[in-house]
Every structure is written in structure tokens, then in C-alpha cells.
Ligand binder design. Structure first.
Ligand code: CAA
Length: 387
């Protein structure tokens, strides 16, 4: 195993760090307080190739690797959790399934638009009655009488990037079949839906605890008409496509969690070296040092789990379990580390004068979206043969 970054990866990391420091950090508080989707930042990231980092150049991507993508999400999330998840949902949940399951025509049409940032992508799986139980879908898709168009009906909730996205991967029921035991099973399929499609609209915008600049909305499909060739993959394979997509998405969210933990540690180190109580800098107290040591050790462990999952995906090794493990550990680390950061800041940590309270709020969602920590435990234990 090589624990060193290549020259290209080092260069990219430096570029992401500079961008985060100069372009993302100055806006982070405003993004949070005003629930501001950072549209201008997204355009700037797109110019630097950050909206399609690991896709081949022939499809408009930057031609880098999955680890570089993970480092981009990590670096943005160190200073702004909202910016981190915008890249993650766009790349892992929309561009990636098109790249992996799309026809050549679909890839040639959608990927250059997504990689250039001209279009933003999103993913619609969750419904009011289908959260953790992702097979409990109600949205339907039926072919019209001529067999030329799919007609979609239903709604999706909690969709990241929804308010600004131009293209959505939508999961819907296309029929049913009997399984080996004679039980009726839903056929679930995946579709590419465009924002301008007839019968498609974006509904309620959620007001959230954290990642407040990220646009989280409901999607509504009322006799939404899309051409037949917008099916993604084969009929009936949509659940597997959704699960595989989420495997990759979980690596992105794990990277977001890692960045949040690292960002909080940086803030605590700087603050405790300045703040004086009882005539000493609080960094000189053993409680501070031991807390920081624990925070750092956990975060470093999370980093290697996240990087390992990224390398598994890059190397076409199975990554369902490594992604679940990375997300579980990194998300719980981010929540623990940011909570301790607020505690070490004391009263100031509870105010909006410092970013650690925002980081603590942002961290919480990493234990919930793209599969709760309980779902990750189900995936990990299921692979230990104890299902
Ligand atoms: N890759 C490929 N196929 C997979 C798979 C994977 N990772 N996981 C399951 N499958 C396949 C199985 O092999 C099985 O196939 P067969 O029928 O051919 O045997 C099929 O899918 C069903 O598998 P399970 O019986 O294990 O499925 P289940 O219904 O018991 O569900 C689950 C398992 C892990 C709980 C799953 O439903 C799950 O991950 N739930 C959480 C969903 C989730 O993460 N939602 C977040 C949505 S995105 C979001 O948060 C919004 C956003 O915009 C960010």
C-alpha cells in the first residue's frame, strides 16, 4: 500500500486548499446565515475542473482520480460544509451514475454539461414513505400508448442541490414481477429527468439545522413526460443503480465529514494558543492537549478509511463496505470532534463569532443523509455474514 500522494495529487490538493482559503472561507458565514447557495463559487469551481474531477477528458472531465475528488470535497468542507456537499451530490449522485450506467449518447450529452458546471446535478430516491427503506418507492413511470415517452408521477423529498439543478436521476417503479416464492416484487428503474421537462417542478425548500446554503427541496412529477431514451440502464435495474450510486455518494459524504473534523481542529488549535485564562494560554492545560490529541487521532483514522474507500473505487475493487465503514466512522468523528471543539471554545464557541458552532451543526447531517449511521451498520454487519 502506498500512503503517499502522487505529484499530481499534491498539486491538486494545493490548488483546492488555496481555493478554499481564498474563495470559500470568506463566504462561509454568509452562506450559512443567509441560506445562500454559493452560485458564483460553483462557477469558479467549474472553471478549475472541480465539477467533474475524475471523469475522462473525452466527456469534459478533468481526468484526475477519485482520491483527488475526495480531497476537493475534504478541503472545501474544512471551511464550508455547504460547498463540500454541492460538489459531492453533483459528482457522485448525478454525473457518476450517468458515467457508469448511461448509453454513449447519454454520456456524450450530459457529462460535458455537468463537468463544465453549465448544469448542476441531483439525485431523487427519497420519498415521504421511502427513506431508509429505499425500496418503499411510490413514484411510478409508465410508457405511453405509443411507447415513445415515459410518464412519471410521484414526489421526492430532501433532494440536495434541487433548487439549482438542471438534471436529476429519478428512481421510479416501472412494474412488478413474482419472485421465486411467488411474492409480488416491485420493478424499480432509473431515469434522467431535466428541470424543464413537462410536468416536473421543484417544491418546498427545507429550512435546515446545518449545511444551510445547500438547496434541499421536494421534487414533484405530475404526468411528467420524458422521452423513452431517458431510461438510465435497464428496466428493473434501478434499485441496484441507486445502491451503487449511494456507495460512491457515501465516500463523498465521508470526505465532507473528514473535512469538517479537520477544519474544527484547525480552529481549536489557533484559538487555544491565543486564549488566556488563569494566566496561561489554554493550550497549555493538559485537558486541552489531551482533548486535541483524541480529536486528531480519531480524525487521522477517519482520513485513512476515507482515502482507502476512494482508492477501492478508483481501482475497481468492491467498495460497498469500505464506503459504509468510511462514512460511519468519519460522520461520527465529525460530530464528536466538532462538539468537543465548541466545548474547548467555551462561551465563544456557542456564538456565531466563531465557525465551530456552524461546523457542529453541519457535521450532524453526515450521520443522516445518504444512509444513516444505522444503515451503514446494516451494510457492514450484513457483509460479516450476520444478516
Ligand atoms: N450495490 C449493488 N446492489 C446492491 C447493493 C449495492 N451496494 N445493495 C443492495 N443491492 C442489491 C442486492 O444485491 C439485492 O439484489 P437482488 O434482489 O438481485 O438480490 C437488492 O439490491 C436488494 O437488496 P437488499 O435486500 O439488501 O435491500 P433492502 O431493501 O434490504 O435495503 C438498505 C438495504 C441497505 C437498507 C438500503 O435500502 C439502503 O441503503 N437504504 C438507505 C437509503 C439511503 O441511503 N437513502 C439516502 C438517499 S440520498 C439522500 O440522502 C438525499 C440526497 O440528495 C443527498
Amino acid at each position: 500500500m502506498d500512503f503517499h500522494l502522487s505529484k499530481e495529487q499534491e498539486m491538486l490538493r494545493k490548488m483546492y486548499q488555496d481555493f478554499a482559503e481564498n474563495e470559500v472561507k470568506p463566504l462561509a458565514q454568509q452562506v450559512d446565515e443567509e441560506e445562500m447557495f454559493p452560485e458564483e463559487t460553483v462557477k469558479k469551481m467549474a472553471k478549475l475542473g472541480m465539477m467533474g474531477i475524475y471523469f475522462p477528458k473525452e466527456y469534459g472531465g478533468a481526468g484526475a482520480d477519485v482520491l483527488s475528488y475526495v480531497m476537493a470535497v475534504e478541503e472545501m468542507s474544512k471551511v464550508c460544509g455547504t460547498t463540500g456537499v454541492i460538489i459531492s451530490a453533483h459528482t457522485s449522485l448525478c454525473a457518476n451514475p450517468i458515467f457508469e450506467h448511461g448509453t454513449e449518447e447519454q454520456k456524450k450529452y450530459y457529462l460535458p454539461k455537468l463537468c463544465s458546471g453549465e448544469w448542476i446535478g441531483a439525485f431523487g430516491l427519497t420519498e415521504p414513505g421511502a427513506g431508509t427503506d429505499a425500496q418503499g418507492q411510490q413514484t411510478t413511470a409508465v410508457l405511453d400508448e405509443k411507447g415513445e415517452n415515459w410518464i412519471l408521477n410521484g414526489s421526492k423529498i430532501f433532494i440536495t442541490n434541487a433548487g439549482y439543478a438542471n438534471v436529476f436521476i429519478i428512481i421510479a417503479i416501472t412494474g412488478s414481477h413474482l419472485d421465486r416464492r411467488g411474492r409480488k416484487v416491485k420493478d424499480i428503474s432509473a431515469f434522467i429527468v431535466e428541470r424543464t421537462d413537462k410536468g416536473f417542478s421543484v417544491g418546498k425548500h427545507e429550512k435546515k439545522m446545518g449545511i444551510r446554503g445547500s438547496s434541499t427541496c421536494e421534487l414533484i412529477m405530475e404526468d411528467c413526460v420524458i422521452p423513452k431514451d431517458r431510461l438510465l440502464g435497464q428496466v428493473g435495474k434501478g434499485f441496484k443503480i441507486a445502491m451503487q450510486t449511494l456507495d460512491g455518494g457515501r465516500i463523498g459524504i465521508a470526505a465532507q465529514a473528514l473535512g469538517l473534523a479537520e477544519g474544527a481542529i484547525q480552529e481549536v488549535v489557533a484559538y487555544t494558543k491565543e486564549r488566556v485564562q488563569f494566566g496561561r494560554r489554554i493550550s497549555q492545560f493538559q485537558n486541552t492537549q489531551f482533548q486535541l490529541a483524541d480529536m486528531q487521532a480519531r480524525t487521522e483514522a477517519a482520513k485513512w478509511l476515507v482515502y482507502k474507500a476512494a482508492m477501492d473505487k478508483q481501482n475497481h475493487e468492491p467498495y460497498t463496505v469500505s464506503a459504509a465503514t468510511a462514512k460511519l466512522f468519519a460522520a461520527e468523528t465529525a460530530s464528536d470532534v466538532t462538539r468537543r471543539a465548541v466545548q474547548l471554545f467555551g462561551g465563544y464557541g456557542y456564538t456565531r463569532e466563531y465557525p465551530v458552532e456552524r461546523m457542529m451543526r453541519d457535521a450532524k447531517i453526515t450521520e443522516i443523509y445518504e444512509g444513516t449511521s444505522e444503515v451503514q451498520r446494516m451494510v457492514i454487519s450484513g457483509n460479516m455474514g450476520v444478516k
